[in-house]
Design a protein around this ligand. Structure first.
Ligand code: GDP
Ligand code: MG
Length: 749
């Protein structure tokens, strides 16, 4: 065996690295990459039979060593790169390793990792996989890991990384036999790149955009490598361009890329480099969670301790449901008194101000009726839920930003598998709690078309925040203190139906297919950032308000018209709208709410679920449109009442919310301020039995989500699937509402 050792001292300032060339007659060149003290030099020595210096401190290999390994039947040149914790290019060694990997013509990378400190070592592995280089993972220090009681599922690790992973004990001559065998085999077969980690959507999107910029300058590089480079750019390593391109071209592109990255920093209000690092760290934690079966001695870290509880096999899921119960407890209790107060705000001060204005401009009766009874009643009944919704948005954003939601996906993974869904698919489902539309688009983060399709088709069953007003108004009108349980139960039901539907869709509609391995990220916990949460809540509240200001105003006006045509109709049931709704009502008869009002609200609710409430507001509260006196200018007594409402009334409402939160009062029983005493609630109690009310909210939960969600499904998957989903949703809603109605009747509601 003829091996030649050589040492090439690199200059730290060099931007391009010339491959050492003292070894000839080798067909393949492989690089040894790993953290300091991973055992690279030991592996190198075992392969090449050399005696390079090994020692236990960082930074000892500051030069390349290279030698020949005759293993696979032909000579392979092995290059030992300096140890590095990452390819962040912070130190000269890291920089050298990074530049060498990107510029030297290596055929493959041997990534040496320490099995007893996998958490720290896999970060570099993520970076190597990102670069799309053929990679072979040497799971070194296997003896140490065993001794410490660490157990790893190596086959699972191979599946997740998409590359060979071989346990070794590099300092023991016998400890690399398996490595030599598998490595030789792998090289003879033609080494392949592994599975590059996928990161959260906004990072992927930004990377794709930067990748497009890079593509023009580096058209020869494969897309996987370009994506890896783009991620490096997001990390601020634009100096890399100087390594890869001639100076002028590099300078121009650097400026362009830096401007783009600066734009992301402004947009996200966070350093893209930190976000990328967080994403990688999350990936590493996910890999660990999926492959480490026993951890060995406890290395205490708070986040690990928390994770042990929140991602526990049996505790995790109940804990999540408790968290949601707590959230709904807060939302319902705060929302309850505010619903009545806001209702009063729209029927008092705002209505009076509008009437006064209309009086000043001498608006004719028809216009006054349209604006006051049509638009204001519709918009007003919807806005009453803004306080509660804001609170829900706040909690969701908080749970998301703290890192808890990613854990929930983790916990759900096992349950999801039972239903044939990808564990990762739970994140879009969770997003659906806010709004189904972005949730449908978020399915893009799933790798397989099949998973995307199934997830997007079941997302409508996840109860978005627009449905909460319907639950609240019905819950508080009929079930008082039990409203929290009703709301919670509806959210659970939505989830269960979504999962069950996924199972059905997979079984019935799609051909069987083996699941792909994937990594669920566990991003680091952090105390949620107030600005990030603020921005998210603002955006969602604004979306809700503009929805009220555009769609709802439009629908309210149209509805008002249809409810008053033919002109002069006394009973809205005889109006055009009433007649169409009446024609539909018999189909709802078996569900307990075969009334035209309910049918009408459900028809308009297809446009957006909030409209169910605003339509009911119009139907039940707008009936005074025939009463011309009620549309006259406000009196002094009206204004006085308004002042009282804005002052002491608000104060009483705040106190009521606080008392309910603290459990001093049961919700909905606090006299004058509870939503149960609102006029809409009273009207509902007259028109629905409790069993019918329950069936109605179940129907609202499950039937057509809204036009925008259907449009998103159509956009992503085409007409056929969107239409199929629509029919399926209505069928499921009808069926389960029927079951609910009969069970509720059975138990005497
Ligand atoms: P490098 O910094 O990655 O080049 O790591 P070295 O090859 O210099 O090894 C660092 C230390 O770990 C040395 O003391 C090695 O003897 C020791 N070592 C390397 N591989 C193993 C192994 O598989 N098991 C154990 N117990 N020690 C190892
Ligand atoms: Mg070394």
């Amino acid at each position: 065996m003829s091996t030649v050792g050589s040492t090439v001292m690199p200059c730290p300032k060099c931007t391009s690295v010339t491959p050492p060339s003292t070894v000839t007659a080798a067909t393949w060149t492989v690089a040894l990459v790993g953290n300091p003290n991973a055992g690279k030099t030991s592996v190198f020595n075992a392969l090449t039979g050399q005696e390079q210096h090994v020692g236990n401190w960082p930074g000892k290999t500051v030069a390349y060593q290279e030698g020949l390994w005759p293993g696979p039947g032909f000579a392979v040149r092995v290059v030992d790169l300096p140890g590095t914790y990452s390819l962040a290019a912070l130190s000269p060694e890291e920089r050298l390793a990074r530049d060498a990997l990107l510029t030297m013509p290596f055929d493959a990378v041997l990534n040496v990792v320490d099995a007893s400190h996998l958490g720290r070592h896999l970060y570099l592995t993520a970076e190597v996989l990102e670069l799309g280089l053929p990679t072979f993972v040497v799971l070194n220090m296997w003896d140490v890991a065993r001794r410490e009681g660490i157990r790893l599922d190596v086959a699972q690790l191979e599946a997740l990384l998409g590359v060979p992973v071989v346990p070794t004990v590099a300092r023991d001559p016998r400890g690399t036999a398996l490595l030599q065998e598998r490595l030789g085999q792998w090289l003879r077969q033609g080494p392949q790149p592994g599975r590059a980690p996928r990161y959260p959507a906004r990072i992927e999107q930004a990377a794709a955009e930067v990748q497009a910029l890079l593509h023009d300058a580096l058209p020869d590089l494969p897309p996987a490598r370009l994506r890896g480079l783009a991620l490096k750019m997001l990390e601020g390593q634009t100096d890399l361009l100087a390594v890869l391109l001639p100076p002028e071209q590099a300078a121009a592109l650097t400026a362009q890329v830096q401007a783009r990255v600066a734009a992301y920093r402004r947009e996200w209000d966070e350093d893209p480099a930190l976000l990328v690092a967080d994403a990688r760290y999350g990936w590493v934690q996910g890999v660990l969670r999926a492959t480490v079966t026993a951890r060995g001695p406890a290395r205490f870290a708070l986040s690990q301790a928390v994770d042990r509880v929140v991602t526990h096999r049996w505790l995790g899921l109940p804990l999540f449901f408790l968290v949601m119960l707590f959230v709904f407890h807060l939302v319902v209790n705060v929302a309850d008194p505010f619903i009545t107060w806001t209702e009063g705000l729209f029927q008092g001060p705002i209505r009076h101000a509008l009437l006064w204005l209309l009086h000043q401009v001498h608006a004719p009766y028809g216009v006054r009726a349209l604006l006051v009874d049509g638009v204001l009643a519709g918009v007003g009944s919807m806005m009453t839920f803004l306080p509660g919704l804001t609170l829900l948005y706040l909690f969701l954003a908080w749970l998301e930003d703290s890192g808890y939601m990613a854990r929930v996906a983790f916990v759900m993974d096992r349950a999801m598998r039972v239903f044939g869904l990808h564990g990762k698919a739970f994140l879009p489902l969770l997003l659906g709690l806010g709004c189904n539309v972005p949730a449908v688009y978020a399915t893009r983060t799933l790798e397989r078309h099949r998973d995307r399709l199934v997830t997007a088709l079941v997302i409508p069953f996840v109860s978005c925040s627009a449905r909460l007003p319907v639950y609240l108004i019905f819950g508080l009108a009929f079930f008082g203190a039990a409203t929290v349980w009703v709301v919670w139960g509806l959210y659970l039901l939505g989830l269960v139906v979504a999962l069950a539907s996924a199972w059905v869709l997979q079984r019935v509609l799609l051909p069987a297919e083996a699941p792909t391995p994937f990594v669920l990220e566990l991003p680091p916990y952090h105390w949620p950032n107030g600005r990030v949460i603020g921005r998210q809540v603002r955006r969602r509240v604004w979306a809700f308000v503009t929805q009220a200001g555009t769609v709802i105003v439009g629908i309210s006006m149209l509805l008002w018209l249809l409810m008053n045509l033919p002109w002069g109709v006394r009973d809205p049931a005889d109006s055009y709208f009433g007649r169409v709704s009446q024609a539909l009502a018999p189909a709802l008869e078996p569900l307990g709410f075969g009334r035209w009002e309910a049918a009408g609200a459900l028809v308009t609710g297809m446009i957006a679920k909030e409209v169910v409430v605003s339509t009911m507001g119009q139907i039940y509260l707008g009936e005074r449109q025939t009463d011309a006196a009620a549309l006259g200018p406000p009196t002094a007594a009206d204004w006085q009442a308004d002042l009282h409402h804005l002052g002491p009334g608000l104060w009483a409402t705040l106190r009521a919310a606080a008392r309910q939160l603290l459990g001093r009062d049961a919700p909905a029983f606090v006299g004058a301020t509870a939503a149960s005493d609102g006029r809409l609630a009273a009207a509902l109690r007259q028109n629905f039995s409790p069993a019918a009310a329950l069936a109605f909210v179940v129907f609202v939960l499950l039937y057509v989500p809204c036009m925008a969600t259907l449009a998103a499904q159509y956009h992503e998957f085409g007409l056929r699937w969107a239409a199929l989903g629509l029919v399926y949703q209505i069928g499921v809603a009808w069926g389960l509402a029927w079951v609910t109605y009969h069970i509720a009747q059975g138990v005497g509601l």
